[in-house]
Design a protein around this ligand. Structure first.
Ligand code: CTP
Length: 421
């Protein structure tokens, strides 16, 4: 049951132009067009002649459900407009224009202000943000001409997505590979979200299960994967926030997020305190271990050194990060909004409400960790959000993306209310 449709609030109803040029990576953006469409965006694809050597327009038409634009003078109309002004119609109504993959040739034409095909012509007519994702052999990417063209485009406000390093179709290694679909979407989300409800707000999020070392090879941890915390970081970016994610998790870091990797509860607390002073919103989604081994053995604990029968390991209490933030907030009134999580295996409502008050938070997000289709490690979650006023919002089984959007929306409402006071 991991496959709920991946709708994304930010992309719902957005008009996106995807310009595809002649690069072997053209086949990869079929997945991008598909994911954007599934997320709720209206995707209009423009292909150059060279792009059509790699992928056919029919492929993109099939995944977007919309006609694909290929030539300036062909018989397609756009929204009933005469064909020859398709570029203006496309460019004007769009929320974002991404050229991916962007070949060296198309980048050169854009830098020179040429418009001899529908794609470059539309870039000239567009009044929305333009992103380019260069994809070409490493030698072509590092060529001074390409670098100068990219610099020219940057100076004109075009956002250049840095290509990845790796192996090319030619067999060579270098920098110039098209980033994966999630990364491309991440760059688009960063741009589309920047004037959102949390623009100018700083959000600090903790995520993942802490790891408390016993010796150089062993640690005590829990089943948290950090998926919900990383989804919250993405949802905060979608809302325009600047985001610091203090995480133990190996989950991908959303584009635009500043990640602070940590392992233990003590390291997490230290990182939180280092970043808290100008924070508007603190979200404690991490599963922080309440205890740690009292001592960390310098060398691996050998079996022979252990007693034959049962034995015990001495533990120490870990700091409670949320309680530290509660104390800090009582002194400074910072952060303005604090959100905690409650992972419960019994008496969810009572325990969550008790934590809401004990931890001094504005919202507590409770999930029942005994459910098998949600919670730890799953892509979906089912939560109840409690607020200080006694309110209770039940969110039925949904993707962690959707749950994160609901939480961020609640947070932005509280923040704007507090700012207005
Ligand atoms: N939390 C924290 N520091 C800790 C333990 C928990 O900041 N040392 C935060 C978690 O990130 C979460 C909230 O407190 O937002 C509740 O965590 P949870 O593990 O559910 O509760 P505990 O405080 O550990 O309480 P209990 O052991 O009674 O469940």
């Amino acid at each position: 049951m991991d496959m709920l449709p991946e709708r994304i609030n930010l992309l719902e109803g957005k008009h996106i132009i995807l310009g595809v040029t002649g690069s072997i990576a053209a086949y990869k953006v079929v997945a991008l067009a598909s994911r954007l469409t599934q997320a709720g965006a209206q995707v209009d694809v423009i292909m150059t002649d060279a792009a059509q050597k790699f992928v056919t327009p029919l492929t993109f038409e099939s995944v977007t459900g919309r006609p694909v634009f290929t030539r300036i003078w062909d018989s397609q109309g756009y929204s009933g407009m005469p064909n020859h002004i398709a570029h203006v119609g496309l460019g004007e109504g769009a929320d974002l224009f991404i050229i991916a993959p962007a070949s060296a040739h198309t980048l050169a034409k854009m830098a020179a202000g040429m418009g001899n095909d529908l794609l470059t012509l539309t870039t000239l007519a567009a009044d929305c943000p333009i992103l380019v994702a260069p994809a070409m052999d490493g030698t072509m990417f590092s060529h001074p001409a390409t670098q100068a063209n990219l610099e020219t485009l940057r100076q004109r406000g075009v956002i250049v997505i840095d290509p990845d390093e790796g192996r090319f179709a030619s067999g060579l290694y270098g920098k110039g590979r098209l980033p994966d679909t999630t990364t491309l979407m991440g760059h688009m989300r960063l741009v589309l979200g920047r004037s959102g409800r949390l623009s100018k707000a700083k959000v600090v999020i903790t995520a993942g299960g802490t790891r408390e070392a016993l010796d150089p090879v062993r640690f005590i941890t829990n089943r948290s994967t950090g998926k919900q915390g990383h989804a919250l970081a993405q949802a905060a970016i979608d809302a325009g926030a600047s985001v610091i994610l203090i995480t133990t998790s190996e989950q991908p870091i959303p584009v635009g997020v500043t990640a602070v990797p940590v392992q233990t509860a003590q390291e997490m607390l230290q990182a939180v305190m280092e970043h808290i002073d100008d924070t508007d919103v603190f979200i404690a989604s991490a599963a922080v271990s309440d205890f740690r081994p009292a001592a960390i053995a310098e060398q691996k604990i050998k079996k022979a050194s252990l007693p034959e029968g049962p034995f015990s390991i001495e533990m120490d209490r870990n700091p409670d990060i949320l309680l530290k933030i509660k104390a800090y907030r009582q002194e400074t009134a910072i952060p303005r909004v604090v959100v905690g999580f409650a992972a419960e295996s019994e008496n969810l409502v009572e325990n969550a409400k008790a934590k809401l008050h004990a931890k001094g938070v504005d919202l507590i997000v409770a999930n029942d960790i005994t459910e098998t289709d949600s919670g730890f490690g799953a892509d979906n979650n089912r939560v109840v959000i409690f607020d200080g006023g006694g309110g209770e919002q039940r969110v039925e089984l949904a993707t962690k993306t959707r749950i994160a959007e609901v939480i961020i929306k609640r947070i932005s409402r509280i923040l704007s209310r507090k700012k207005a006071q």
